[in-house]
Design a binder for this molecule. Structure first.
Ligand code: SAM
Length: 209
């Protein structure tokens, strides 16, 4: 079961109960006063929370987010979390991410390659509570394993695996099993679920060993 902090609430938008965080709108999402709808159709982490995966959040966590893109999901994370380091290697979305960070003084965008954690280890703390990863690149398990160094003992990994990024021809379930296998080098898998609103993706919750 998902444990949610006060900073993530279920509120009604368009006649439906949906997740929401409190902060400045980012991607045209519906709002209700200070609350902004967290669109699970546009966010794999949102979909993992909606699916009731075994995620344990209390609010104020230190977070490393890999694959931040333009900031759709990481903006929601920064709304309820503490220091949130957002790694993205593509310069174009980084411009948007910098705008998102303007309104959030706990969000720190880093134009870095998540496969090279040495290049940001002097900036990012090494006792973070949560690693969120959505990089859609080959070698997703290796990225998660190599970045486990930033997590505190028993810190959580919240990972979206895209099967096609590993192998376009292979059966997705085979790819997911192989990625999860490789993750066990650094993590214990707590929960895994296919994400209904995101074709070809597996959500994984794991704890650092
Ligand atoms: N997580 C985002 C969200 O929900 O708002 C969407 C992320 S998008 C699916 C994947 C992103 O990962 C892309 O912006 C891509 O540039 C980035 N990415 C892929 N490989 C990366 C790497 N090695 N280091 C950093 N970013 C990477």
């Amino acid at each position: 079961m998902t444990n949610l902090p006060d900073g993530i609430q279920r509120r009604e938008f368009d006649g439906r109960q949906r997740l929401a965080t409190r902060g400045q709108p980012v991607y045209g999402e519906p709002t209700d006063g200070e609350w902004r709808c967290w669109d699970a159709g546009r966010s794999k982490l949102g979909a993992m929370l909606e699916a009731g995966m075994e995620i344990d959040l209390v609010g104020g966590e230190g977070v490393l987010y890999l694959g931040a893109a333009s900031g759709t999901t990481v903006s929601h994370v920064a709304d309820f979390a503490g220091p949130t380091y957002a790694v993205e290697f593509a310069p174009r979305p980084m411009g948007d991410l910098l705008d998102v960070a303007e309104a959030r003084n706990n969000l720190f965008p880093l134009l870095k390659d998540a496969r090279k954690p040495d290049t940001y280890s002097h900036i990012v703390e090494s006792d973070l509570d949560v690693l969120v990863q959505d990089v859609a690149t080959r070698g997703q398990a290796r990225v998660a394993v190599d970045n486990a160094r930033f997590l505190t003992d028993d810190g959580q990994l919240l990972l979206a695996i895209k099967a096609r990024s590993e192998d376009v021809t292979a059966d997705p379930e085979t790819v997911f099993d192989s990625v999860c296998d490789e993750l066990t080098e650094a993590y214990e898998i707590i929960d895994r679920q296919r994400l209904a609103s995101h074709d070809d993706h597996l959500g994984v919750v794991a704890r650092k060993r």
